[in-house]
Write a protein that binds this ligand. Structure first.
Ligand code: PGA
Ligand code: ZN
Length: 423
């Protein structure tokens, strides 16, 4: 099947900010669309998301955030090179690399390249008469990923009601995705109720749907979530564990980690101690970005003392970038990687990062961004790539439930098992 038309255009994400969509029309008359997400606590080493800023192409009502240049790049630079070619995801990605060989896709914009790459994946699957998940998985049973879900939010997503970005839960004792999700919904509802009973503010829903409840310390926030887990009749650790996204780059000033709510300013070595203590005192099975994106030595120090069972997850540290992953493997800086397609800019090279991680015994967590769309391709990627884990935010907001509901659909309609990397 041939590519007949490629169109880029601007749409809105879940925060009401512009983002890029691409639509590919094939010779059978069908059109396949993908929309790209966007982060807020964006790592410095991520691929370049093109925004108009104060350039003449900007729409001033979008406060510098319009994406007209990225859209123009799709329509004027990318589309002409793809027309009349056979639809094939690898070929489209090769073409995108030819047009912009830079590592960070700065010329075309990673939001432009990813929109086209994703639309190509969806169109390619259609041309082979497959669903997107089957394009990557092939025949045989699917493996539905273990979810990691936001309960409390702070940091850049919730007005810094808590210094760290998220307290999440992982339903590591659930036997199916369907069961896992029901536990999480109960926990999310109970957290809102218990927060209200404590006199804390619970009406603030953060960017990813978590509750922006203020706490005096990270430990207090964890203790609250433990109480919530118990309140719905589940066991902390054996049924449901805590995962933290520290997003520490956000409060590292180059010398110290500044925890405002705790009144602490800690140099790296002391912050390694702080994190170790937290891990030892709470039922935490995964910790993301405990140290800043370029504080490599703190990561290494922590890996020496961290319990073997702990998932030490790099997001801003690794930015779905093969070179940074290889450095982390060589230096033993982490043992898991967050996989965000828009940090990378292409579907095939994102998959290559995931494969390299897996080949080196890293856990892989396919992740949404804080600015999301109604698309559900993330669920198909996570399942088709057998990532083992998926992180989407909370259970609130249609941009989040689109992914959860797609996973429920896959579990209901296909032969599958439920991944458990923590067994
Ligand atoms: P972001 O947050 O999309 O704003 O980067 C998600 C995360 O840090 O995992
Ligand atoms: Zn993160």
């Amino acid at each position: 099947m041939k590519i007949e038309k490629v169109v880029g255009y601007q749409v809105l994400d879940s925060r009401g900010r512009p983002t890029v969509a691409a639509a590919i029309t094939l010779s059978d008359g069908t059109t396949h669309t993908a929309r790209v997400p966007s982060g807020a606590s964006t790592g410095k080493h991520e691929a370049k998301e093109l925004r108009d800023g104060d350039s003449p192409t900007a729409n001033k009502f979008y406060a510098g955030k319009s994406v007209n240049q990225a859209v123009t790049n799709i329509n004027n630079l990318i589309a002409p090179t793809l027309l009349d070619k056979q639809i094939s995801l690898p070929d489209v990605d090769t073409q995108l690399v030819d047009l912009d060989p830079s590592d960070d896709h700065a010329k075309l914009g990673a939001n432009a390249t990813l929109a086209v790459s994703l639309a190509a994946a969806i169109a390619d699957a259609h041309s082979q008469n497959k669903s997107l998940v089957r394009l990557f998985n092939g025949d045989g049973d699917l493996e539905i990923p273990m979810p990691m879900v936001n309960i409390l939010s702070g940091g850049a997503h919730a007005g810094r009601t808590l210094d760290i970005q998220d307290v999440l839960v992982v339903p590591n004792g659930a036997i199916s995705f369907t069961e896992a999700l029901s536990w999480i919904v109960a926990i999310r509802e109970a957290a809102a109720k218990m927060g209200a009973a404590d006199g804390k503010v619970t009406h603030l829903i953060a960017d990813e749907g978590g509750l922006g409840i203020p706490f005096e310390s990270v430990a207090a926030a964890c203790e609250f979530v433990v109480k919530v887990i118990e309140s719905v009749g589940l066991n902390p650790s054996t049924d449901v564990s805590i995962a933290l996204d520290i997003a520490s780059t956000q409060f590292f000033d180059g010398a110290n980690y500044n925890l405002k709510t705790e009144g602490k300013s800690l140099p790296s070595a002391d912050f390694v101690q702080y994190i170790s203590k937290l891990i030892n005192n709470q039922p935490i099975l995964s910790i993301e970005d405990p140290f800043a994106e370029d504080d490599w030595s703190a990561w290494q120090q922590f890996m020496q003392v961290a319990p073997k069972r702990l998932q030490v997850l790099g997001d801003d540290l690794l930015t779905t970038n093969l070179n940074r992953l290889n450095k982390a493997i060589a230096e033993n800086s982490a043992n898991a990687i967050l996989i965000k397609a828009n940090q990378n800019g292409l579907v095939t090279s994102t998959l290559n990062v995931l494969k390299q991680a897996r080949a080196n015994n890293f856990n892989t967590v396919v992740s949404a961004r804080s600015g999301e769309t109604e698309d559900s391709w993330l669920a198909d990627l996570a399942t088709g790539w057998r990532a083992g884990q998926i992180k989407v935010g909370s259970t609130h907001g249609s941009e989040r439930t689109a992914k959860w509901n797609r996973l429920l659909e896959l579990e209901a309609t296909e032969e599958s098992s439920f991944a458990n990397p923590f067994n």
